[in-house]
Design a protein around this ligand. Structure first.
Ligand SMILES: [Zn+2]
Ligand SMILES: [Zn+2]
Length: 419
């Protein structure tokens, strides 16, 4: 009867496990072919999100935190990942029970291996590493279209080989010379019966109070290594050109402190040909807030007589048509407002079912170029036209300007200005 009861209990617990254990890939939000980097990155984000210190009193978050650690632990080791892929949770459990390693570590240990410190946040005793500020250059078209860019930086990480102990076998002993205090006190006799005490750093352990027998060959006992680490930055459409994006606890890591924040500040890049593969005019737009500015050069004939069209290619390749009918004059320096052709106006929902992106304006300033030289025939014809009309429809620029009359003869002669 007792045996039956035990068997039933076992069956129940197996059932319970089978029901509860969520797929590890699902837990981390990954596809089954995710690579190492993606597994790490998922762990980084989710472990911070569900960390119990950030969700006080929230039992669900705590369960999630444990789940995420388990999933990461199983998938980050190629051996256990293979077993999991083939035999699932049960296979992995069997492997662990048979002493195959990869058993459950304390989720806080796993966390501290990533972010340093004790695996906890916000404790007054916890030291915090420095924040790291970085600038990334982003092309205007990426601000307009939205983009995810990746860059690498030389990040200090906790050595994975020795788990940040500095020891090949991960065994750390208390320093025999200083007894773990990191300092030694030397006594000097300065006169008979009189001693001076001098405190110095323990040279045996370098002041750390710990000693290791076998130095880790990867970090040379430094406990940390520097390596090129990717950071992916999502540029949301229309985000401010000097926006700051904070990556919590992503600055240099160390076993001695909780990693500070990595702060990425965006910067608009001067346009280069590489940033403009489509040769769009938009790459040379100037941005001010949500608006864009462009200078369009037109000829004297176009400014004066009208009858022209220009196709401006915008930052995403769509065409903005500028045009004038015959007889529509444009004064030099005139600024035309093209409503809705500026930058996308940033919104937290982006372009989604909840929100339709609105746009600022495009301001086109016209610059009129006068011909330096004319063919002599053309010059003569124009001259003749001017001579014919200048007397008939004179425009008095002086009168129009509203300036007071000046008594000089010189000025008087200049009344009746040109057309
Ligand atoms: Zn020592
Ligand atoms: Zn190491």
């Amino acid at each position: 009867m007792r045996a039956l009861g035990a068997a039933l209990l076992l069956l129940l617990s197996v059932l319970h496990l089978a029901l509860c254990a969520e797929d590890y890939y699902k837990v981390l939000g990954l596809k089954r072919d995710a690579n190492d980097r993606e597994i790490k990155s998922a762990y980084r984000q989710l472990s911070k999100k569900f960390h119990p210190d950030k969700n006080p009193g929230d039992a669900t978050a705590k369960d999630k935190f444990v789940e995420v650690s388990e999933a990461y632990e199983a998938l980050s080791d190629p051996k256990t990942r293979k077993i999991y892929d083939q035999y699932g949770h049960d296979g992995l459990k069997q492997h662990q029970q048979q002493g195959g390693g990869g058993g459950h570590h304390d989720p806080f240990d796993i966390f501290s291996r990533f972010f340093g410190g004790s695996g906890h946040f916000g404790q007054p005793s916890e030291r915090r590493g420095p924040n790291l500020e970085m600038r990334v250059q982003i092309a205007l078209r990426d601000f307009y279209n939205g983009q995810t860019v990746e860059f690498h930086w030389d990040k200090q990480e906790i050595c994975e080989h020795c788990d940040g102990t500095g020891a090949e076998d991960k065994v750390v002993d208390t320093c025999g010379k200083c007894g773990g205090r990191g300092i030694v006190i030397q006594k000097h006799m300065i006169a008979p019966g009189m001693y001076q005490q001098i405190q110095t750093h323990c040279d045996q352990c370098g002041g750390r109070g710990k000693s290791i027998k076998h130095t880790c060959h990867v970090c040379q006992g430094q406990r940390v290594i520097r390596q090129q680490t990717p950071v992916s930055v999502t540029i949301q459409r229309g985000i401010a050109k000097d926006a700051r994006i904070v990556y919590e606890n992503e600055a240099d890591a160390s076993p001695d402190y909780v990693a500070g924040d990595l702060i990425v500040t965006l910067n608009e890049k001067e346009p280069t040909p590489e940033d403009n593969p489509g040769h769009v005019d938009g790459a040379n737009f100037r941005r001010r807030g949500d608006d864009l500015f462009w200078k369009e050069v037109i000829s004297l004939r176009e400014a004066w007589m009208g009858d022209w069209t220009r196709n401006l290619t915008h930052l995403d390749g769509h065409v903005v048509e500028l045009k004038r009918e015959r007889g529509q004059v444009i004064q030099p320096g005139h600024v035309e407002t093209v409503v809705g052709e500026g930058m996308p106006i940033w919104h937290e929902d982006g372009d989604s079912v909840y929100h339709k992106t609105e746009f600022g304006n495009l301001y086109v300033e016209y610059a009129v170029v006068l011909p330096d030289q004319m063919e002599s025939g053309m010059e003569k014809e124009f001259w003749a036209v001017w001579q014919k009309w200048r007397g008939k429809i004179g425009v008095d620029l002086h009168k129009d300007s509203g300036r007071p009359e000046r008594p000089t003869d010189l000025w008087k002669d200049r009344h009746h200005e040109e057309l």
